[in-house]
Design a binder for this molecule. Sequence first.
Ligand SMILES: [Zn+2]
Ligand SMILES: [Zn+2]
Length: 142
Amino acid sequence: MGHGYSFKCPNCKSKINLHEGVGILYHYTFERLFFGEKPELKEEVPKEIWEACISLMENGWKPKDYEYQICFCPKCKTLEQYTSFTLEKDGETYTPKFICKSCGTELQKCNPLEMDIPFSITCAECNTTFTARPNPCVVKWD
Ligand SMILES: [Zn+2]
Ligand SMILES: [Zn+2]
């Protein structure tokens, strides 16, 4: 269980949940994200970020940490959940930057409730984009 924010699509009424933090099965998830035949990170982050991650790991970088984060675009106010991660080698760390799919601006980690502005959300079911304020919710995952 973690916490997150829920929205309801005004068009198809489906629920959109964004969550943050890490899951309970942390170590299991860790393996599943980076390794195996179908690493989950590959599905969750943009292609270029996954490719950068793979080439670093081939050069001896090791996954150190990951976290689901809520971030927003300072320009178009799109709110998204992304999987942030850190790789490490010889005391140096690498954390990718995520870019807004709508306008190309660098996303920033945020606390949507503190900001209290209408965010722009895209429904994964029907692809409708709408603006709404977030409601806090408890999210079950793992
Ligand atoms: Zn919808
Ligand atoms: Zn944007």
